[in-house]
Design a binder for this molecule. Sequence first.
Ligand code: ADQ
Length: 499
Amino acid sequence: MESRNLVIVSNRLPIVIGHDPHGNWNVTPGSGGLVTAFSPVLRNRGGIWIGWLGGAGNNGLSEHELETLLAKGAADSGYSLKPVDLSQEEIDLYYFGFSNEIIWPLFHDLPSRCNFAPDYWPVYQSVNCKFAKAISETTTEKDFVWVQDYHLMLVAQELKKQNHERKVGFFLHIPFPSLDIFLKLPWRFLILQALMEYDVLGFQTMRDRRNFIQCVRTLLPGARISGSGTVADASFQDRSLRIGAFPIGIDYQQFSKLAETKEASDEAWIIHANLPKRKLILGVDRLDYSKGIPRRLRAFENALERYPELRRNVTFIQVVVPSRTEVEEYRALKQQIERYVGEINGRFTETGWTPILYIFRPLNRTELVAYYRTCEIALITPLKDGMNLVAKEYCASNLEEDGVLILSEFAGAAAQLQHGALMVNPFDVEGVADAIHHAYHMPTEERQARMSRMRRSIQQHNIFRWVNNFLKVAIAKDLNDFPPAEYYLPSDTEQVSNS
Ligand code: ADQ
């Protein structure tokens, strides 16, 4: 029987290599939207994940140490791992430079934050070429290669340049900007042409797909695009491809089951017992300027100012997961958040009540779900977001079905959740404050009706359905066509010492 692997390619591998308290190397799962999305899907399906391990020169690990750690990571995660090694220069110019100083802000509608430095582009190209080489060495023509996100937009083109035939799909996790913003990109033609080399292109929402198609129609007049459903057919330079909107989902069962466990329930109870007789408002974000945290804090302050009945009766818990902290801009954002928290707490705190509880660290999954479960209101106000999985995870974990979701119009999740959430414009500080006030007073029946509607939709459009939809369009197969596999763990899996 034909053996075909599902190969995921992303900038980062889904593991983090670090040290345990005894100074030995250890391997732990990574965090972020991509890992949360793919981990349950790939487990035990014979998948391979190709990506950068983080750090330069494989962190100075010997070949044997690296192999042992990767084998451990593969055994824990249920799929094979293939690292792509990057030098410090590549990390600086391809990752911090082109990906995070140009594409990330531009695609999040923040062109004034872009640093269009010309020396980033050649390194972005050469690292994409490196990833293409890793793919050709690890896979066969039978495999399906699914490339993830904005760091790797040139991979299909690079594979072709190297004469490797592969069926290759691409999914963009972040938004695709409108024409007027995309036009600012100095490499706009080259990037669009490269994207058109994929066999399938996936976007989070119909709006992203529409933006992309408008850019193609304007900048690549030779391209033909037809069809009006969620998947359009396109042709460009004698080849055809499909372009679709595939809103990403979550593993609903995993979150709702975890929320039911005794550990999560106990933890949820403890959180609320320590903050009694008030409603808890929750914000959970990676440290990033696209998430709109400072404006959200100002909106909370505005709510306390204009609606004094909220004082003593709500606590805002803002969880921030450290991210890109090596970058000055992110350090400045952290300081700004901490200054605002300090100012607001300084201004409103009374004996027995502090308005904001601020947590700056990653939470483990049980803690995270406990916060989701126990907080009466989720305040999710990104300035722009591809999807925003936190919004969906909050609903999946809300077993009592009485939580209120306040959601930014500019999150990809808005298209799906707009009939259950209170929709806000995150730039409108008073509008967000009004929504907090509205959520606080919302009657139980209305809360339940809204939340159960959202939960049904999130349960239905889950991560497995997302993968199956993409695979059906790409290769007319679904997850069941990828059989479980066994993982090889070398006999010498002793801890690798950090020497
Ligand atoms: P992210 O920008 O990482 O993802 P998001 O979709 O919100 O944003 O996902 C964050 C993930 O990190 C969630 O799955 C959440 O569980 C996890 N997480 C959040 N806070 C945590 C904490 N304190 N501790 C541990 N884990 C935490 C990118 C795009 C998004 C898109 C996803 C998936 O920017 O728009 O939704 O990819 O496509």
